[in-house]
Ligand binder design. Structure first.
Ligand code: ADP
Length: 164
C-alpha cells in the first residue's frame, strides 16, 4: 500500500492543483491532500474553509483524503504513515526552492522521498496568488478555478453577486 501526501496552502485550490491531485491519485494507492495551517500567514480562506472547498471539488475521488496540518511536514507525513511527498513543478523558477525543500525533508526524515509531477502545460502559469490578485479587482477567474471556488473567492473580496 503506497500512501503519498500532497501538501500545500491551497488558498484557494486551482485547476493546477486539481490536475496534480488527479494524476497523483492514479499513481498511488492513497493520496492525502494536506492543507497547511500556517499561523505566520494570513490566508484568504481559513484552514477549515480550504478543507471544505477541497472536499467539495475532489469529492469524487475515492482514494483521496483531505486533512489539515500544522508544524513540520515530515512529522505529519510520519504520523500519516506516508513515505512519499508529492509536489507540482510549474517552471524552472519553482525548481530551486522545491529541490531545497525536498533535500531538507530527506535529511530531516530518512526514507521520505519527494516525487515531482510537472504541471500540465495549460496550467503552467497558474498560481493561487494570481487568482487572488485578479479576483480582488473583479477580474474573470473562471478559467483558473472551479465555479464554487470562483463564487467564494469573489465573496471574500466583497463581490457578493458574483463579478461586477
Ligand atoms: P505552497 O504554499 O506550499 O507553495 P501551493 O498551495 O501554492 O502551496 O501549492 C502546492 C503545490 O502545488 C506546490 O508543489 C506547487 O508547486 C503546486 N502547484 C501550484 N500550482 C500549480 C499548477 N498550476 N500546476 C502544477 N502544480 C502547481
Amino acid at each position: 500500500m503506497k500512501r503519498a501526501i500532497y501538501p500545500g496552502s491551497f488558498d484557494p485550490v486551482t485547476y493546477g492543483h486539481i490536475d496534480i491531485v488527479k494524476r497523483a491519485s492514479e499513481i498511488f494507492d492513497e493520496l492525502i491532500v494536506a492543507v497547511l495551517n500556517n499561523k505566520a500567514k494570513t490566508p484568504l480562506f481559513s484552514v477549515d474553509e480550504r478543507v471544505n472547498i477541497l472536499n467539495e471539488v475532489l469529492g469524487g475521488l475515492d482514494n483521496v483524503r483531505i486533512v489539515s496540518y500544522e508544524g513540520l511536514l515530515v512529522d505529519f507525513a510520519e504520523e500519516m504513515d506516508a513515505g512519499v511527498i508529492v509536489r507540482g513543478l510549474r517552471a524552472v523558477t519553482d525548481f530551486e526552492y522545491e529541490l531545497q525543500l525536498a533535500q531538507t525533508n530527506s535529511v530531516l526524515r530518512k526514507g521520505v522521498d519527494t516525487v515531482f509531477l510537472t504541471t500540465s502545460l495549460k496550467y503552467a502559469y497558474l498560481s493561487s496568488s494570481t487568482v487572488k490578485e485578479v479576483a480582488s479587482y473583479g477580474g474573470d477567474i473562471s478559467k483558473f478555478v472551479p465555479p464554487v471556488v470562483e463564487k467564494l473567492t469573489y465573496e471574500k473580496y466583497g463581490f457578493n453577486e458574483g463579478r461586477v
